[in-house]
Ligand binder design. Structure first.
Ligand code: R5P
Length: 319
């Protein structure tokens, strides 16, 4: 079933690559900012028919905050175009039929995913609130390597959680040849162990305690890494603190080379420089544009879009 991949001001390179992987066309939707910084979005005239003629995969991250609003505005504009909703159009209404469901939100990096529960009374569960808000504006959601899958439970539309770990494993196998894979905390065990299994090397994990946003502590653990090349695998690297502390532990135990790999390279506040002092290589997907992106997220995202299409094929109509 042929559709289109659409994107706004986010990374059009990744949207393009997804379109290529699916064999679909890519549409650049119009986005700009007013002088007071408010956003404006529009489905341009030449995109109206393609948006109405088959399924639409809108690639949009939810980071930084301005991207959340843009994502919602784009979903609203796409839905209106598909439903033929043109009321209050200046210059007169245009009558179009409703082409039905088939709008999928593809989120390469899900901002706020770490606020997946109430850590203290009175907190908003931001990850869940955002998920419900997006679900009410589209027909299905694909999310890449979400920090806590629980955030996407019980949504009113189908959700496909996909992972770039197969591609990260392949990249590490070819370019790093690790002897050992380490998860820097319990939360990354599933992801990191899948990489170890794909490369067929031993695996272990550390137990981490977060003191504050910039400080973490690992419980000491004996790791059999003397003279070995080790890859630390996590879902995201933000300040780099987690990776740097894990790398120090590995070096103390005789690791010969340490590499860091993640899906989401946020690299905030001098993280690249900090990592440069602690690891021999940093590897990331392009879920967010970043200077260490050397693995494409397009394949993983395409798996999710294909699965959504399969699940909804009886409801989507090609016009
Ligand atoms: C948290 O549990 C995540 O999986 C990452 O380990 C964490 O967000 C990395 O943050 P940072 O790079 O700031 O240590």
């Amino acid at each position: 079933m042929d559709g289109v991949v659409a994107s706004g001001s986010g990374d059009s390179g990744l949207a393009n690559a997804l379109a290529e992987t699916l064999g679909w066309n890519h549409l650049d939707l119009e986005t700009r900012r007013f002088p007071d910084t408010e956003g404006y979005v529009r489905v341009p005239n030449d995109c109206l028919d393609p948006i109405r003629s088959g399924p639409v995969a809108l690639v949009s991250t939810t980071f930084p905050d301005s991207a959340i609003l843009e994502t919602l505005f784009l979903l609203d504009a796409i839905r209106d175009v598909r439903s033929g909703e043109m009321s209050s159009l200046k210059g007169g209404e245009v009558k179009e039929s409703d082409v039905g469901p088939g709008v999928f939100l593809v989120i390469p990096y899900y901002g706020y995913s770490r606020q997946d529960k109430r850590f203290m009374a009175g907190e908003a569960i931001s990850a869940k609130f955002l998920a419900r808000t997006f679900a009410s504006h589209c027909d299905g959601i694909v999310v890449l390597d979400i920090h806590a899958p629980e955030a996407m439970e019980n949504m009113e539309v189908p959700v496909e959680l996909v992972s770039a770990m197969p591609e990260i494993a392949e990249h590490l196998r070819k370019n790093v040849r690790p002897d050992f894979v380490l998860s820097p905390d319990k939360g990354a065990i599933d992801r990191a162990s899948s990489v170890a299994k794909a490369i067929d090397v031993p695996f272990s994990y550390l137990e981490k305690k977060r003191i504050d946003a910039h400080t973490i502590e690992h419980t000491p653990k004996d790791l059999d890494v003397e003279g070995q090349v080790v890859a630390i695998v996590d879902d995201m690297i933000s300040t780099g603190g987690t990776i740097c502390r894990a790398s120090d532990a590995l070096r103390r135990q005789g690791a010969k080379e340490v590499h860091a790999a993640c899906t989401h390279g946020l690299f905030t506040g001098g993280a690249i420089h900090r990592l440069g002092n602690h690891v021999d290589g940093v590897h990331s997907t392009d879920s967010l544009p970043n200077p260490r992106a050397n693995v494409s997220a397009a394949e993983a995202l395409s798996r999710g879009v294909k699965r959504l299409i399969e699940r909804m094929s009886s409801e989507i109509v090609i016009h």
